[in-house]
Write a new protein. Structure first.
Length: 305
């Protein structure tokens, strides 16, 4: 089965399996950073990692980030990649709603159940063939979890990587501590932005924070990919991405890359209301074709690094 591999800053260059100690150390550093350590150690990727982690984020809410994450997971699964989607939007998780699922266990209940079976017990098979970890409800931050719960999160994340070819992380919107930790520790950061001025401004703010944190802590920057969502045409997508890239180059001396665009499609809200991913409900609609193209671009970009 094919795997997405990356050789960008701080990432492995071949698909060999990472040593368990290296992997656990990286995940532990990630969770400790989210837990609010005064000066968390930089998250490193010593050794070769088999599974790439792609964080999907946005500067503001309401841009279709979770919808994109769900349908991208399906598109990757359809390409033969064992894909796991971790709904890490703590407190406001809804990937399961978009899939028409009613999970019996969620991330927060698992993390708080010290005697329970662990994170794997809440993993569900979602429509389209990917695995979903339903997000937490009523947990504002990982910092609100006790040490035992954080350790269970470390162990659970390591288990997810061992069962997957690709792990997608649907983060919350904005620049909160959890979002920033996932964004800077991932192998790739995907920033979802719409043509709305508020979305563009907040997307720039997110990228600025990620760049600034990486430079402050002297850690490698993950590749940052832009996905333009709900655009009326490819011309509009090009105009928006050109403006955002120019702003990043001028003020941050950093250039994000464009992964693709999803055109506005009336069948997307129809699928949402039906609690079905549009890639399954309307596989030939414009939005579905665009998401499949983004999946292909993600695979191609990853192999080139």
């Amino acid at each position: 089965m094919a795997t997405i591999t990356t050789t960008g800053p701080g990432m492995g260059a071949s698909p060999g399996r990472a040593a368990p100690d290296d992997q656990a150390s990286r995940l532990r550093a990630l969770v400790e950073a989210m837990a609010g350590a005064a000066r968390p150690q930089p998250v490193t990727t010593a050794g070769v990692r088999r599974v790439p982690v792609v964080a999907i984020a946005s500067g503001k809410g309401g841009v279709g980030k979770t919808n994109l994450a769900v349908n991208l997971a399906i598109a990757l699964a359809q390409r033969g990649h064992r894909t796991t989607l971790l709904d890490a939007d703590l407190g406001m998780a809804n990937a399961d709603v978009l899939c028409g699922l009613v999970p019996g266990r969620r991330l927060d209940t698992v993390l708080r159940d010290a005697a329970g079976p662990g994170l794997g017990s809440c993993v569900v098979e979602a429509p389209g063939g990917f695995l979903l970890v339903p997000g937490a409800v009523g947990v504002a931050r990982v910092a609100d979890l006790d040490a035992g719960a954080r350790q269970r999160l470390v162990a659970g994340l390591a288990d997810l990587e061992s069962r997957s070819d690709t792990v997608l992380v649907d983060t919350g919107a904005g620049i909160g501590r959890d979002v920033m930790s996932f964004a800077t520790a991932a192998d790739r950061l995907m920033v979802v932005v719409t043509p709305e001025p508020t979305s563009m401004t907040d997307a720039y703010g997110l990228i600025k924070c990620v760049v600034g944190q990486a430079r402050e802590m002297d850690t490698p920057m993950p590749p940052v990919s832009l996905v333009l969502n709900s655009v009326v045409s490819r011309h509009e997508a090009s105009a928006v991405s050109t403006k955002l890239i120019a702003t990043c180059e001028r003020f941050l001396r950093f250039r994000p890359e464009v992964l693709g665009a999803v055109r506005r499609d009336e069948r997307v809200p129809r699928a949402v209301r039906a609690r079905q991913p549009h890639l399954l409900a309307f596989p030939r609609c414009r939005a579905s074709r665009d998401v499949r193209a983004i999946a292909e671009s993600l695979i191609c970009l990853s192999h080139k690094r």
